[in-house]
Design a protein around this ligand. Structure first.
Ligand SMILES: Nc1ncnc2c1ncn2[C@@H]1O[C@H](COP(=O)(O)OP(=O)(O)O)[C@@H](O)[C@H]1O
Ligand SMILES: [Mg+2]
Length: 145
């Protein structure tokens, strides 16, 4: 269900480049993929998520669901893009209370998680982990591991 994604490190020099990198990744993945975005506040997780959504063909505005936790986007052919921002979730028990596994286990959905370590106990083994680091004002190092 999950295409193998090679380990790689890239540096981007603009928000736009990060979006394009994420869009390319999205186009390589299959539904059922779970992408965990690690990085500090302002690293570029939401920018990455927006690019990923664009790669799936979503044109509507993408902002971080910090208060709503989950934003669902319907794709053609009964597929979904789920964007989760777990910043306000204390731990995996709180996440289970809103049914987070239903999102993580959906074979028809692409899932991108901000603050994934809030639910590290629940992340599936096939999760693709991506680290985004702030290097300079406009540059970020993106590592797929
Ligand atoms: N190369 C880059 N990649 C991604 N974002 C960048 C880059 N350079 C500058 N930025 C800026 O960094 C900020 C990242 O914000 P955001 O994606 O909301 O972070 P996070 O979701 O990780 O808290 C945005 O204001 C964006 O314009
Ligand atoms: Mg964010």
């Amino acid at each position: 269900m999950n295409t193998q994604v090679n380990k790689q490190v890239v540096e981007t020099f603009s928000e736009r480049q990060t979006e394009e990198f994420a869009a390319d990744l999205a186009r390589q993945l299959q539904p059922g993929s779970v992408v965990a975005l690690h990085g500090d506040l302002g690293a570029g997780k939401t920018v990455f998520s927006r690019g990923f959504a664009r790669g799936l063909g979503i044109t509507e505005p993408i902002s971080s669901p910090t208060y709503t936790i989950i934003q669902e986007y319907k794709l053609p052919d009964e597929r979904w893009f789920f964007h989760l921002d777990l910043y306000r979730i204390d731990n995996y028990i709180a996440a289970l209370a809103f049914g987070v596994e239903e999102y993580l286990d959906n074979p028809d959905a692409f899932v991108v998680l901000e603050w994934p370590l809030r639910i590290k106990e629940l992340l599936p083994p096939h999760t693709i982990h991506i680290q985004i680091e702030h290097i300079a004002e406009e540059s970020r190092r993106i590592t797929i591991r």
